[in-house]
Design a binder for this molecule. Structure first.
Ligand code: LMR
Length: 394
């Protein structure tokens, strides 16, 4: 009966990964999937994480099941990292998940299981998996204007206009920082206006924060989500440790629910846990236990923060170098906006045809939407990238 299947809709990021691996050209440049790379194209394990892992393995006593919610200490430490004291810990319920992707899925499942829940408003564009996950969970998806490709900036008026049409109990998905794929983040003023609109219309914010520490810094990158958490009565948050702890394949994330302790957040957490149980049962332990140990040790925490800051500085340096390269290669200021973007990505505003041409002619690999992984740029490749882009926009 297996012949009966139709191929699932392709995931362009995963397709690109395969195309890159299969391409025989030795000079090929991978600016696709969202993985941080050093100047020599590697994604090493962070030293503080390696040290925490060693300690954890030494002290690990058992590999027996921990429980559906995973490591409670880990979840609490991530709550502090993301929310600090924006809301009282009494008002937050969280669980460990299989990376940020599963956090999004379990929260979507939890929301879809609520009869009161309306549609989910998702920014256009957004992470490639937000819409498929929301639909798979059974939510009705509506998109809202977010980005103006002509300017490389947020279309904030368009965003407020669209969200002004949302109805009470609709969900609004927001990227906590380092918007994927555009790189264009809300200013604090814009977060404030968004929070006011959400509160006024009785919407439920769903913040996906997967790149904390890659934009302006750990605290600065959480300012928007903290402001929102302090303004609205209820919200949900998905977090990922893939990027800021570099534990991609260990699959470490959390899902959090914020609300009044008397207003059903424990029930909501039960639904979240049961969504995990029917999907994968228990989350994996190693990555979360390692991060919990790291964050409980002030020396390791400070070492991790310095490494993260170095990564952030490298991205900023890459942004500056890319902006300069593109300015001289194209003889225009068209791409200057990459300087002001945050985090790993920028959406360059190139068409799918131009991206294909770039891949064919210059062996530069990017997803068809024109999202560039700035964190993967190697200085030695700048010239090829600049000339390649100049050639395709000519
Ligand atoms: C990305 O957007 O490239 C990453 O978040 C990896 C993924 O799962 O798509």
């Amino acid at each position: 009966m297996f012949e009966n299947y139709k191929s699932p809709a392709p995931d362009v990021i995963l397709e690109l990964m395969q195309q890159f691996r299969a391409d025989p050209r030795p000079e090929k440049i991978d600016l696709g999937i969202g993985v941080y790379k050093t100047g020599d194209g590697k994604t090493p394990v962070m030293q503080a994480v390696k040290d925490a892992e060693r300690q954890y393995i030494e002290q690990e006593q058992t590999k027996a099941y921990l429980g559906l919610a995973g490591d409670a200490d880990f979840v609490d430490r991530i709550r502090t990292l993301v929310l600090d004291d924006a809301v009282s810990p009494d008002c937050v319920r969280g669980i460990q998940t299989v990376g940020g992707g599963a956090a999004v899925r379990l929260l979507a499942d939890m929301l879809a299981a609520n009869d009161k829940c309306g549609r989910i408003w998702i920014p256009s564009p957004t992470w490639i998996n937000h819409v498929p996950i929301s639909k798979a969970a059974g939510l009705e998806v509506v998109t809202y204007t977010y980005f103006d490709p002509a300017t490389g900036q947020i279309d904030f008026d368009g965003m407020l206009d669209d969200l002004g049409k949302a109805e009470a109990n609709d969900i609004v998905l927001l990227h906590g920082c380092c918007h994927n794929p555009t790189g264009a983040d809300l200013t604090l003023e814009q977060w404030r206006a968004t929070a006011a609109l959400i509160a006024e219309r009785g919407l439920l914010p769903f913040v996906d924060i997967a790149y904390q520490g890659f934009g302006d810094g750990l605290e600065e990158d959480a300012a928007g989500v903290r402001l929102l958490a302090g303004t609205v009565p209820e919200m949900v948050i998905s977090t990922s440790c893939s990027k800021n702890f570099g534990v991609y394949r260990d699959r470490v994330g959390t899902a959090m629910i914020i609300g009044d302790p008397g207003a059903g957040i424990d029930k909501a957490r039960e639904v979240l846990l049961s969504a995990g149980r029917v999907n994968y049962s228990f989350p994996p332990n190693h990555g979360a236990a390692t991060i919990s140990l790291l964050l409980s040790d002030p020396t390791l925490t400070s070492a991790w923060k310095s490494e993260l800051d170095e990564m952030r500085q490298r991205i900023l340096g890459n942004r500056e170098a890319l902006a300069q390269t593109l300015r001289s290669a194209t003889n225009s200021d068209r791409f200057d906006f990459v300087r002001g973007h945050k985090g790993m990505f920028s959406l360059l505003g190139l068409s799918a045809e131009q991206i294909t041409q770039l891949r064919n002619e210059a062996a530069v690999f990017m997803p068809p939407d024109g999202r560039m992984n700035i964190a993967a740029i190697n200085e030695a490749d700048l010239d090829v990238i600049g000339k390649g882009i100049a050639a395709v926009i000519r």
